[in-house]
Write a protein that binds this ligand. Structure first.
Ligand code: FEO
Ligand code: CA
Ligand code: CA
Ligand code: CA
Length: 644
C-alpha cells in the first residue's frame, strides 16, 4: 500500500480542513479538544480527531462509551473481508451471494433463457433491464404483511451501455432504430416476485402475476404544482436514468430520475434563450447526444421538441402491487438529478422525503407533505402532490436551516415566475436562497432506532481548486477524492423540522491519510471506505454503506485498486465508526444499491456495470458467468441475521 495525492491542506489558511473543523465546532471547543491546536501550520491528525470527538461529547450526545444510546445495535460479529479485485462477489465466511436476477432474465410465462445474440426490442421490453440500481423489498401477499416467504423485488435500470450490450456493435451505424429501441426498453425498472427457500436463500419467480417492466416508453402521468405548465404538460413517455429511490410508508415505490441530461441533443438549436439556459444548468449539451436516440425519436432532439427535458428529473411514484397502475411523476418534490427519495414520518403524521442532487456543488433537499398520512393506503394516493420543499443550508457552527423553496418576493426578485418555475428550475432557486453546495449528495437514510438522518457525499475532486468553491465546514476537504458521510439531527428529532444540527460521521479514505476520520474510532482497526454512495440501515441501527468509485479513488493507494464494496458501520455505542468490509463487488462494477431486508435475514445488492470501460469482445469482467451482466444478488447466511 502506498500513499498518493493525499488531500492534505498545506497550511492553516481560512479554508483548510483544520480551520473549518475549528469553525464547525466553535473555536473554544476546538481548542479544548486538542490543547496544541490553533496556530500550528499543519495539525497532527490526532488533534483534528480529538476536536471532532470532544465536541460531540460536549454536545451531550451519545459517544463511545457514553452509554446514552437509545438502542443497542446488534453486534457486527462477521469476519470482515479484505478489499479485493477478484471477479466474483466476495462475502464473509458463512455467507453466500446468489445472483437473484440478471439483465435479460425472463420475467413472463413462455420466455426462455436470455440469448444476447437474439435480443430484440420486443424481447427486452419483457426481460429484466440493464444496469441495476435501487433495490426495494415489498412483502406479499400485500403491503403490511410480514414474515412470509414471498415478496416483490423492485429494481431500477439506470442506464444502458451499448458496448456491453450489443455483440455486433458497429460505431458507424450505432444506433440503429432497433438498437435505440432496445436501449429504451432496457431503461426503467422491474418488479419481480421472489420466494424464500428453505435454506434462507431467495429465488426469482418468472411468470408471477405481479411481474412488470416499466421502460423509457411506459405512459406516465405528471402531477403536482408543475403539472400543466406549458413546459412540462401532464403526460410523458417513460422515465430515464432512475438511480436511487425510496419506499413510502404506504407501500409505493419512489424511483428517482438522475442524469437525464445525457439523452437529449441539440440544445444549441433551442431558440428561446431562457429554455436553453435552463437546460444548460442541468448539463444538456448542444450537438448530438451520446446515444444518438434523436436520430430515431424526435423527442430527444431539442431542435424539434425543446421542452422535452422538462419532463425528466422528477421523482416517480409507482404502486408495485398493481402491475396495471400508471406511474406518476411528482413535481412537488422538484426537478434535480435526484439520487434517491427517502421517506420519514414526522411527529404529526406528515411525511418527509429527503433527496440529494447528485452532482458536484449541488444541494440536499427535503419535501414535507401538507397533509398527514392516512392509515387508508388509497387515501395517500396524492399525498405527495402538496407540501413544502426545502433545501439545506449547513452552517459552520454545526447548525443548519431548511430553506423553503416557496415562490414569493425573494424568488420573484431572482427571476422566478411562480411555484411551477421554482420546481422546474430548482437548482437555481436553491442557489438563490443560499443553500449549501455539497460534494455530490447521494443517498440519504434515517436510522430506524434514533431517527438521525445520514447523507453520503460521494466525492468532489474540484472542491478547493482554481475557479471552484473553497472548502466549508460540511465539505471540509479540498480535492475530496474519497467522500464523506454527514449525520443530521432534525430539530426536536422531527422530520418536519425547519432547522437541524449536523456533524461529520466519516471522512472516508485510507485510514493512514491524516485527513480521514472514522467517527473517532481507532483508525488502525477500520476498513478503508472510498466514495460512499448508497446507504441502508439494519433494523437495530447499524449503517451499511455501498461505494461507487473506489477503484479510481484507490488507484495509486492500493495495488491493485480494489473493487467497489459494502461496509457495515455502527453509528451508536462504543463501536461508532468501526467500519468493517462485508462485500467486494466484481471487476469494474459499482455496488449501486443495497438493502438489508426481511428482518435482517437478507442483504440485496445491485452489481451495476461489471466490466465497465471494456467491451463484450474483450470484457474485463465475465461475471456472473460468461457475458458480463448487471444483476441483483441476495446475500444470506442460512437464514441467520446479516451482520452476525
Ligand atoms: Fe446514479 Fe448518484 O448515482
Ligand atoms: Ca447512485
Ligand atoms: Ca438507501
Ligand atoms: Ca453514484
Amino acid at each position: 500500500m502506498s500513499q498518493v495525492d493525499r488531500p492534505v491542506a498545506p497550511d492553516a489558511g481560512p479554508n483548510t480542513f483544520e480551520a473549518v473543523a475549528g469553525r464547525r465546532f466553535g473555536r473554544r471547543r476546538f481548542l479544548a479538544g486538542g490543547a496544541a491546536v490553533g496556530l500550528a501550520a499543519v495539525l497532527p491528525v490526532s488533534v483534528a480527531e480529538a476536536a471532532l470527538g470532544a465536541v460531540a461529547g460536549a454536545d451531550g450526545r451519545r459517544r463511545p462509551g457514553g452509554g446514552t444510546s437509545p438502542a443497542t445495535p446488534a453486534a457486527l460479529t462477521f469476519l470482515g473481508i479484505a478489499p479485493d479485485r477478484t471477479d466474483e462477489v466476495t462475502v464473509p465466511p458463512g455467507y453466500r451471494a446468489d445472483v437473484l436476477v440478471a439483465w435479460g432474465d425472463p420475467l413472463f410465462h413462455g420466455d426462455g433463457p436470455f440469448r444476447i445474440d437474439r435480443l430484440t426490442a420486443a424481447e427486452q421490453a419483457r426481460r429484466f433491464g440493464f444496469n441495476s440500481d435501487f433495490v426495494q423489498f415489498l412483502p406479499l401477499p400485500g403491503w403490511g404483511a410480514s414474515g412470509g416467504d414471498r415478496a416483490l423485488l423492485w429494481n431500477n435500470h439506470e442506464y444502458t451501455d451499448a458496448s456491453m450490450m450489443f455483440p455486433d456493435l458497429d460505431p458507424a451505424t450505432y444506433p440503429t432504430a432497433e438498437q435505440a429501441a432496445i436501449e429504451l426498453a432496457a431503461h426503467g425498472a422491474s418488479v419481480v416476485e421472489i420466494q424464500r427457500l428453505g435454506n434462507g436463500r431467495w429465488k426469482a419467480r418468472p411468470g408471477s402475476r405481479f411481474n412488470r417492466r416499466i421502460t423509457a416508453t411506459t405512459p406516465m402521468r405528471i402531477s403536482g404544482p408543475a403539472a400543466g405548465d406549458p413546459r412540462v404538460g401532464d403526460r410523458v413517455e417513460g422515465m430515464l436514468n432512475n438511480c436511487g429511490g425510496g419506499l413510502t410508508p404506504w407501500g409505493t415505490v419512489l424511483t428517482a430520475e438522475e442524469n437525464f441530461q445525457q439523452y437529449f441533443a441539440n440544445n444549441d438549436a433551442v431558440t428561446d434563450p431562457a429554455v436553453q439556459a435552463a437546460h444548460r444548468r442541468y448539463g444538456v449539451n448542444g450537438g448530438a447526444s451520446d446515444r444518438g436516440w434523436e436520430r430515431h425519436h424526435a423527442r430527444f432532439d431539442l431542435a424539434q421538441t425543446p421542452n422535452e427535458p422538462f419532463k425528466f428529473g422528477w421523482v416517480v411514484e409507482v404502486d408495485p402491487y398493481d402491475p396495471r397502475s400508471t406511474p406518476v411523476k411528482r413535481t412537488a418534490l422538484g426537478r434535480i438529478k435526484h439520487e434517491a427519495a427517502t421517506t420519514r414520518v414526522a411527529a404529526d403524521g406528515r411525511v418527509a422525503v429527503y433527496s440529494g442532487d447528485d452532482e458536484r456543488f449541488e444541494c440536499l433537499y427535503k419535501f414535507v407533505t401538507a397533509k398527514k398520512m392516512s392509515r387508508d393506503r388509497r387515501a395517500n394516493r396524492d399525498l405527495l402532490d402538496e407540501g413544502t420543499l426545502y433545501a439545506a443550508r449547513f452552517d459552520d457552527d454545526g447548525t443548519g436551516t431548511w430553506l423553503p423553496l416557496v415562490f414569493g418576493p425573494e424568488l420573484a426578485a431572482a427571476g422566478f415566475t411562480g411555484q411551477a418555475d421554482v420546481l422546474i428550475r430548482l437548482r437555481d432557486a436553491a442557489a438563490a436562497l443560499g443553500a449549501t453546495k455539497m460534494d455530490r449528495p447521494e443517498d440519504v437514510e434515517a436510522s430506524p432506532t434514533t431517527g438521525k438522518v445520514y447523507m453520503a457525499c460521494t466525492n468532489n475532486t474540484r472542491r478547493g481548486t482554481a475557479g471552484n468553491l473553497p472548502v466549508d465546514a460540511a465539505n471540509p476537504r479540498a480535492v475530496n477524492r474519497n467522500g464523506h458521510v454527514i449525520e443530521i439531527t432534525e430539530g426536536g428529532d422531527d422530520a418536519a423540522a425547519t432547522s437541524f444540527t449536523w456533524e461529520i460521521l466519516i471522512l472516508c479514505g485510507d485510514p493512514a491519510d491524516p485527513s480521514t476520520y472514522y467517527a473517532g474510532f481507532d483508525k488502525t482497526k477500520v476498513s478503508p471506505i472510498a466514495c460512499p454512495d448508497n446507504l441502508s440501515f439494519d433494523s437495530s441501527g447499524n449503517l451499511w454503506i455501498a461505494t461507487d468509485g473506489a477503484p479510481s479513488a484507490w488507484s495509486g493507494v492500493f495495488d491493485p485498486a480494489p473493487n467497489d464494496a459494502i461496509h457495515a458501520v455502527p453509528v451508536e455505542g462504543a463501536d461508532r465508526g468501526a467500519a468493517k468490509q462485508f462485500l467486494s463487488g466484481v471487476v469494474d462494477c459499482e455496488v449501486a444499491s443495497l438493502l438489508v431486508a426481511d428482518d435482517d435475514r437478507v442483504l440485496f445488492a445491485s452489481i451495476q456495470h461489471p466490466g465497465e470501460g471494456s467491451s463484450l469482445a474483450a470484457p474485463s469482467s465475465t461475471w456472473p458467468g460468461g457475458t458480463p451482466r448487471p444483476a441483483v444478488v441476495a446475500v444470506t447466511k442460512r437464514g441467520r441475521r446479516i451482520g452476525s
